[in-house]
Design a protein around this ligand. Structure first.
Ligand code: PBG
Length: 310
């Protein structure tokens, strides 16, 4: 009765990987218990999540063909666009959030268009914004409720907001990956989404973990540009940042990323920690720090544990 923080199923968002090259589900080895889904199985996956009480999915796509300009990311028949339509046809009330980024769709693995800059080959900000606008609009056309730009480009929220509004999608929300650190904990995700990069790293557009002031400012800027939901990623090691960003006054999501998932899983598999207790503790802490939403690969497990308790 007196416990201050309670996790609810409606706090949780489950990240789902849809792979256009698959005919059946395929395990993700660096994330035990997680799988990539073929497009024809996402309807059932969404229904199962709905049945265990979850109400929101964050979709990532793995396309058949990658190229330098991420063409497959904004096609009408692209992997995410097809998955969104399938989910919305199967479970119309499921909140469908789509990751808007190019790194799964480019052959070089960077989050947008690359070219020569004064400091060598790197992401080009403004040409990449055009790509994000097209991706976001194509997801909205397919029926996405929320688009989630994760590319950390300057001006991405403002740019996507105008692109959506111009196409009549004023009611599609933007959940910005507003404070996204250049983190070692995305390692397993890069296997899951085949989004490793061919050269360089992402430190020119993601935030240095040592920079708290910049981390706050990035979210503040996105709030000013019209973001509806802010995000801190990874969540677990950045609770101080999350608590500060919660003061901006917009809903905040904390993303418990692939590396945080893999660490808990690996230790639990060896019997070194208790999985259920460790997961509950981490999610409770993320909420205690101020998160309204928690994106976690553990979401279906947590929902199941809640049912067992009743
Ligand atoms: C970029 C993106 C990444 C993650 C979510 N969106 C990878 C990256 O920035 O390198 C990582 C999520 C995770 O590790 O669980 N599209």
């Amino acid at each position: 009765m007196l416990q201050q923080i309670q996790i609810a199923k409606t706090d949780l968002v489950f990240p789902l990987f849809v792979d256009e090259t698959l005919l059946k589900k395929r395990a993700i080895t660096s994330m035990p218990g997680q799988e990539r889904y073929p497009v024809n199985q996402v309807g059932k996956a969404a229904q199962d999540l709905w049945d265990c009480g979850l109400r929101a999915i964050l979709l990532f796509g793995i396309p058949k063909i990658k190229d330098a300009v991420a063409s497959a990311a904004f096609e009408k028949e692209g992997v995410v666009q097809r998955a969104v339509r399938t989910i919305k046809n199967t479970v119309p009330d499921m909140a469908v959030i789509t990751d808007v980024c190019a790194c799964e769709y480019t052959d070089h693995g960077h989050c947008g268009i690359v070219g020569e800059t004064r400091s060598g080959t790197d992401l080009l900000n403004d040409p990449s914004l055009e790509v994000m606008n097209r991706i976001a609009v194509s997801h909205a056309l397919a029926g996405a409720d929320v688009v989630a730009p994760s590319c950390m480009l300057d001006g991405m929220v403002g740019s996507i907001r105008s692109a959506l509004d111009d196409e009549g999608f004023e009611d599609v929300l933007i959940m910005s990956y507003s404070t996204k650190f250049a983190s070692a904990f995305y390692g397993p995700f890069r296997e899951a989404a085949e989004s490793g990069y061919a050269f360089g790293d992402r430190s020119t557009y993601q935030i240095n973990p040592a920079n708290a002031r910049e981390a706050f400012l990035e979210s503040q800027l996105d709030a000013n540009e019209g973001a509806d939901i802010l995000m801190v990623k990874p969540a677990g090691f950045y609770l101080d940042i999350l608590a500060e960003i919660a003061t901006i006054g917009l809903p905040v999501a904390g993303y418990q990323v692939s590396g945080e998932y893999a660490m808990i899983k690996a230790a639990a598999q060896r019997g070194w920690i208790k999985e259920r207790e460790a997961v509950t503790e981490t999610l409770t802490s993320i909420k205690r720090a101020g998160a309204d939403l928690i994106i976690s690969y553990f979401a279906p497990d947590v929902a199941r544990w809640m049912d067992e308790e009743q």
